[in-house]
Design a protein around this ligand. Structure first.
Ligand SMILES: [Zn+2]
Length: 831
């Protein structure tokens, strides 16, 4: 029996035009992305080639995540079909077993979903071989690069999506729940994105993302151009745990469905009684109620009342006044019938939750806490609901246009003394009114978030302008487009799909890193409006954008880095680096200006906040550099030859100069710098280059550390440092003996990021730390800091400290470039 149902279901699904329509959409998106620049999903820019394994993986998971919104109907309907056609009561009288029925239906739908989603690798493959594309910008075709991400991430996603929609359909027998859940899943993805942006709780976001996008992004965030072009996504770490978790969830959902589903005419009670409204139209047979179908709920009392008012208006005679009354009545009916619907409320609620989440995180910028100024919250309100407007309008415009035809009442309507134009205008007005009310509610949500955060400068005019003057015109445009599409395309489902496909093709998911404009700003500080976000140094003024420092909550304990302080220090430092030292316009020029200013800023910050506070500043520089090199579109150059890349001249530059200072000492560093400035300040042509500065560095660096100048400035060198064990034993004299088991590797990279190992013989900082002084200091007060020479792949290090150690490890301040910098330090096990 199971087999019959299974094969019947597969045959049925594969014969449906909708199945192949979904297939075509996904195929065209993948095909369009690979074969043209018109579709931008999944990245692939500069030197990262379009069919690189990383890009193909990114495209696969993003398309499965977005695709589930439109394909939800496929699985949902496999079980809803029997209820919609009302054959379920008949079916339940047969000898079909419950499990056989469910497993057959689910299996069939799952196979159909797999067929639909195979369109992604297939479309990508076909797109890659099109004759018109530039094959120099593509890798040779390796089937594994196309199939691996589908098998690893796509397949598990399809299984989860199928299980989730099947469970929702079987247990609630309600298509709205099925539709709304797809949106819930998108919101989950977006929320996990917010979580992973903060390095402190990224693993939570990585685990909770149902589609595996966040763990994939985390696992590959420091991949270089060469890595992205050659490596397959490894099934380990974040990715592995995420996939296992969601496989378990999928299994749980299937088991739940098999266990809880009953052959009963009514759905299992899940508190969904609101799905049975009293029918307002008396005497209408049950079938017409159609409360399982979207949008034609004609049930609520309010809608009934509005309908009566409409009838009263119709009863009047012609004339401008009565036309006005009719218009008002149609508008009110459209407004009421839309806003009283559970589906409308459900989508709006999910959207509002997303808005509140976005607003909640809106004052956390790049690991710095800023005041929840109204413009930030208003932007979050607008950004957080954009997708939901698209969904609401796509769905409800369809319902408004199609209602009479679905109810079979269109001919009655044609006979009424109300012109079709008036109907259309009235409905559009009702729709727009509903959207406006929704916008107002969202503003209130934003104000609530500000209030909870203890911020009371609400600036209502900023809200109103952002929401109604900037966002609302787009909503109106889309509503108009939806009306036109639904009126012209004479099929509701096709209209929906067209609108959603249009939207999907519009969004460009820029997952490829991001430019930090924060430091593109380069003694008096001048505030200027946030039409640009930079600061710059002039001989006696520093123009400073209101968007990048004035709103920082710098006095908070866990506010992250004090950027106003550091940025100001950076700009002031340009009085030396840039104003006195003016380098030649050759490779390395910006190291002498920007890296030096960034170094001066780090040093000033250290003087102000103490060395223990520097970990987060250096980690941010390291993160900037590591993310940036993965998006390099020409070639990565060593710092001394930098050609202007921000991630090198600021991120790597500041970190590397700080590291040199740490190794050779501040006195030696300052001797080199003051000697250099004396020689080259205010010079005439020929101007100075990095060669002159490196010569000064070499002159003050001891022989044992000369290798550092080459490693830090003249080559691209990376380390992989790790603390495997950290234990401490209390001696009889009260001191603590700390023993570390550490691992160390060193590699050199070429300009595309391809690495080769080189021998390790380096001095590395060993640190032991006590209690934390501030909430967000990752390390705590140093009890011991010293340089130890590490030559082996693994070694044991022993140091003695006076007080109880809490954390210990190697290279705790991230002075050496290390992609796995989170494992440098660990908690000490005290015995
Ligand atoms: Zn600068």
């Amino acid at each position: 029996m199971l087999r019959q149902i299974l094969f019947f279901e597969i045959r049925y699904q594969l014969r449906r035009p909708a199945t192949w329509l979904y297939f075509a959409i996904l195929f065209l998106l993948a095909f369009g992305f690979l074969s043209s620049d018109a579709v931008e999903i999944g990245g692939g820019r500069g030197k990262v080639l379009k069919n690189a394994p990383w890009v193909l993986a990114n495209t696969t998971i993003i398309l499965t995540a977005i695709g589930q919104v439109i394909t939800s109907a496929l699985v949902g309907t496999s079980i809803l079909r029997d209820f919609q056609t009302r054959t379920h009561e008949l079916l339940f009288t047969t000898r079909i077993s419950r499990v056989g029925y469910l497993a057959g239906r689910f299996g069939g739908a799952f196979v159909a979903m797999l067929v639909v989603y195979l369109a992604i690798p297939l479309g990508a493959l076909v797109g890659s071989v099109m004759p018109w594309i530039d094959h120099d910008k593509m890798l040779p075709i390796h089937l594994a690069n196309y199939l691996h991400p589908f098998l690893l991430l796509g397949l598990t996603n399809v299984l989860f999506i199928s299980a989730a929609f099947f469970a929702a359909g079987a247990l609630t027998r309600n298509q709205f729940v099925v539709y709304t859940m797809g949106i819930f899943l998108l919101v989950a993805w977006s929320v996990t994105g917010q979580l992973t942006r903060d390095l402190r709780n990224d693993w939570i976001g990585a685990l909770l993302d149902p589609f595996g996008i966040q763990p994939f992004t985390l696992a590959t965030r420091y991949w270089t151009v060469a890595d992205k072009n050659t490596l397959l996504v490894p099934l380990s770490g974040f990715v592995l745990w995420n996939r296992l978790a969601w496989l378990a969830v999928s299994g749980g959902l299937v088991a739940l469905t098999l266990g809880a589903f009953r052959f009963r005419a009514q759905p299992a009670s899940l508190g969904l009684r609101w799905r049975h409204p009293k029918l307002a139209v008396a005497g209408v047979p049950g079938g017409l109620g159609g409360d399982d179908r979207p949008g034609i709920t004609i049930g609520s009392r309010a809608a009934h009342a509005a309908a009566e008012r409409l009838a009263t208006a119709w009863a009047g005679v012609s004339g401008a006044a009565s036309r006005g009354r009719q218009l008002l009545a149609v508008t009110r009916l459209a407004f009421a019938s839309m806003t009283r619907q559970v589906s409308f409320l459900a989508i709006a609620t999910v959207g509002a939750v997303n808005v509140i989440m976005s607003a909640w995180f809106a004052n956390r910028m790049d690991q710095v806490t800023v005041y929840p100024r109204t413009y930030l919250i208003a932007d979050a309100v607008v950004g957080g609901f954009g997708l939901f407007f698209v969904i609401l309008l796509t769905t409800f415009v369809g319902e408004l246009v199609w209602r009479e035809r679905q109810l079979g009442a269109d001919q009655i309507q044609d006979a009424l003394p109300v012109s079709p134009a008036l109907h259309l205008v009235g409905r559009a007005a009702g729709l727009v009114g509903a959207m406006a009310v929704l916008q107002a509610v969202l503003i209130l949500a934003g104000i609530a978030v500000q209030t909870v955060k203890g911020y009371h400068e609400y600036e209502l005019s900023v809200y109103l302008r952002t929401v109604f003057l900037i966002e609302f015109p787009f909503v109106l445009q889309y509503a108009l487009l939806a009306f036109v599409v639904h009126t012209v395309v004479n099929n509701k489902a096709v209209g929906h799909v067209l609108l959603l496909a249009w939207w999907v093709s519009l969004i460009t998911l820029d997952t490829l890193g991001f430019e930090h404009l924060l430091y593109q700003f380069g003694v008096r500080i001048l505030e200027f409006p946030r039409y640009a976000t930079f600061a710059q140094s002039f001989p006696n003024t520093i123009p400073f954008s209101e968007g990048i420092g004035f709103i920082t909550e710098a006095d908070k304990d866990d506010a992250g880095r004090d950027l106003p302080f550091m940025v100001t220090a950076h700009e002031v430092a340009h009085q030396w680096w840039g104003h006195q030292v003016m380098p030649a316009g050759v490779q390395g020029e910006t190291m002498l200006v920007e890296s030096m200013a960034e170094y001066s800023a780090l040093m000033t910050t250290e003087k102000e906040y103490g060395r223990h506070a520097m970990e987060k500043y250096l980690r941010a520089e390291l993160d900037w550099y590591l993310r940036g090199r993965g998006t390099e579109d020409k070639r990565e150059l060593p710092l001394a030859l930098v050609e202007g890349q921000g991630y090198i001249r600021y991120g790597k530059g500041g970190l590397t100069l700080y590291a040199l200072r740490d190794y050779i000492g501040e006195d030696a560093m300052n001797r080199a710098l003051s000697s250099y400035v004396r020689k080259v300040a205010f010079q005439e042509a020929p101007f100075t280059t990095t060669k002159d500065l490196l010569a000064e560095f070499r002159a003050v660096t001891p022989d044992s550390l000369q290798y550092l100048v080459k490693d830090l400035f003249e080559t691209i060198t990376l380390w992989d440092l790790k603390t495997d064990t950290a234990t401490a034993v209390r001696r009889a004299d009260g001191k603590w003996v700390v023993t570390l088991g550490v691992a160390a590797k060193k590699v050199r990279a070429d300009t595309a990021g391809a690495e080769r190992p080189i021998p390790m013989g380096d001095y590395v900082t060993v640190g032991v730390f006590g209690p934390k002084k501030a909430k967000d200091d990752a390390l705590g007060e140093p009890l011991y800091l010293g340089k130890h020479r590490i030559t082996a792949a693994t070694s044991r290090i022993e140091v003695v400290v006076d007080r109880p150690p809490e954390r210990a490890g190697i290279d705790p301040y991230h002075l050496l470039i290390d992609r796995n910098h989170k494992d440098n330090v660990r908690d000490v096990e005290r015995h």
